[in-house]
Design a binder for this molecule. Structure first.
Ligand code: AMP
Ligand code: MG
Length: 494
């Protein structure tokens, strides 16, 4: 029996660490000024070539259910926690390098990450934060000066790619799998310690510091609640995680592990960006709330030794269902600009809308954003939201009756049009990190031009604002990107 949650391991030095991009507001929150960020010391430490005094790096041990099956021990195979600091708000933040070299959990792999996947993680972490969805953050994107061998399409054509390291930041990177592995090993003692640690340090507001039955149940309720908020946030902004394995589920309810994720262009609940999941589509957009519940059930099972019986754990899982439903309603109130959700009456309105959005390829982000300009006195004005969102053709005749029903519904609410538009524009972003935009920025970055990364990072700082001059970043996916790798589909190779 190992009776351990972590292994001490230091990053493996790289050839030529160089700061490629960073998040200035996160750096400021952490107390890092621009001089430090741009300096030699930063490059050395965040490229993995040196440690700051007091750093005692480690990788954590976790297991997980991957694609519905228990996969045994996984662990941080390429992520190394450097240590913790206290940010400007007094909160503890862990600094973690992803791609910093092998750990005891690398299972024969190289512990490295390539530039393309690191750009995607860096940009999407920050985009998600500014969209208001809980997430791990990204402080820096470092080039390593080393090359990494990857078979991007899993077709035997391996190639060298530039390596990179992202510094991720979160109060904790604990995953469901950190708990699961202990229960699977029947290591109740370490499980108790981990639950006690989690309650004391990550959830002090729950008022439970003992890993007893009540503490374990309080933890499950809170994890369930947070998970519901985050997943419904994904549904609101059109994000598909792509690999919702239990080792990629944060106990803090943060979006974590940006791999083959994607953003919905045309509204399609069946879409998944992950080529590994293309057949079964377990992690498709519309299924995410269900999958989160399945994952929470696995997390609940891992707490069984502390609770002793299943019934109260099952009861706690209902918290997820209740919070997800409340969040779903709040989401629709925002997306449609309603005063409040109406039991009964609003369900058919929403169902009718989703049918229309699914029937013809209609851009989710553009449609909802444009809908804020709807004139209640002129239902046909809604077609001005549909037209720019359509990938082909003219609006279906079914739109007019729906728009009339929507106008009637809004008239009952009687909200001032500017008030309604403000509510909608706070729920419906103008800008999301469209798959093809990230890929264009990656192509430029691989050619040595970081302008695209900077432009997207800056745009995604204010995703709900109109940003004159940046209309080109809010357009429909162009035809050339429909089937291009990186734009419409991604492998797990990273
Ligand atoms: P993921 O699908 O990215 O969440 O990764 C699943 C598991 O594989 C985790 O334990 C990762 O740490 C590990 N892993 C992925 N890529 C590498 C790599 N290049 N080197 C070592 N471990 C890796
Ligand atoms: Mg992972």
């Amino acid at each position: 029996m190992l009776r351990a949650c972590n292994s001490r391991v230091e990053p493996t030095p790289v050839a030529a660490p160089r700061l490629l991009a960073h998040s200035p507001e996160l750096a400021a929150d952490l107390g890092f000024d621009e001089d430090f960020m741009q300096g030699e010391d930063f490059a050395r430490v965040f490229g993995g070539n040196a440690l700051l005094e007091g750093m005692d790096p480690y990788a954590t041990c976790y297991g997980g259910h991957q694609f519905g099956h228990w996969a045994g021990q996984l662990g941080d195979g390429r992520a190394i926690n450097l240590g913790e600091l206290i940010d400007a708000k007094g909160a503890h933040q862990v600094l973690q390098l992803k791609g910093a070299g092998p750990t005891p959990y690398s299972r024969g792999a190289d512990g490295r990450a390539v530039l393309r996947s690191s750009v995607r993680e860096f940009l999407c972490s920050e985009a998600m934060f500014h969209l208001g969805v809980p997430t791990t953050r990204a402080l820096s994107l470092m080039g390593t000066g080393d090359e990494v061998l990857r078979d991007m399409f899993y077709d035997g054509r391996s190639a060298m790619e530039p390596g990179a390291i992202v510094c991720r930041v979160a109060p904790s990177f604990l995953r469901f799998g950190n708990f699961q592995i202990l229960t699977q090993r029947r290591d109740e003692e370490t499980l108790k310690q981990l639950v006690g640690f989690t309650l004391k340090h990550l959830f002090p507001e729950l008022g439970h510091s003992e890993p007893d039955r009540d503490g374990a149940l309080a933890l499950l309720y809170e994890v369930a609640r947070r998970t519901a908020v985050t997943v419904m946030g994904w549904m609101r902004v059109g994000f598909v995680h792509g690999v919702m394995n239990t080792d990629n589920m944060s106990v803090l309810g943060l979006t974590i592990d940006y791999g083959p994720y994607g953003w919905i262009d045309d509204y399609n609940p069946d879409w998944t960006p992950n080529t590994t999941d293309a057949q079964r589509r377990r992690y498709r957009f519309g299924e995410q709330p269900q999958i989160a519940l399945w994952n929470l059930a696995r997390f609940a099972e891992s707490l069984l030794p502390l609770v002793g019986e299943a019934a109260p754990l099952e009861e706690a899982l209902r918290c997820y269902v209740d919070v997800a439903e409340a969040e779903r309603r709040a989401m629709w109130v925002g997306k449609l600009g309603l005063k409040a959700y109406r039991e009964g009456a609003d369900a058919p309105l929403i169902e009718g809308l989703l049918k229309l959005l699914t029937a013809a390829e209609t851009d989710m982000t553009i449609f909802f954003r444009e809908l804020a300009g709807f004139d209640v006195g002129d239902a046909a004005s809604g077609l001005a939201a549909v037209r720019p969102a359509l990938y082909a053709g003219e609006p279906d005749p079914g739109w007019m009756p729906w728009l009339e029903a929507y106008a009637a519904r809004l008239t009952e609410d009687g909200l001032d049009p500017s008030e309604r538009a403000a509510r909608m524009n706070a729920a419906n972003p103008r800008f999301v990190l469209r798959n093809y935009l990230a890929q264009v920025a990656i192509d430029r970055a691989e050619a040595g031009d970081l302008g695209g990364v900077e432009e997207l990072l800056d745009t995604m700082r204010r995703p709900y604002d109109e940003q004159p001059g940046r209309e080109h970043l809010a357009e429909r996916r162009p035809e050339w990107a429909r089937h291009k790798a990186g734009c419409s589909m991604l492998s797990c190779s990273s």
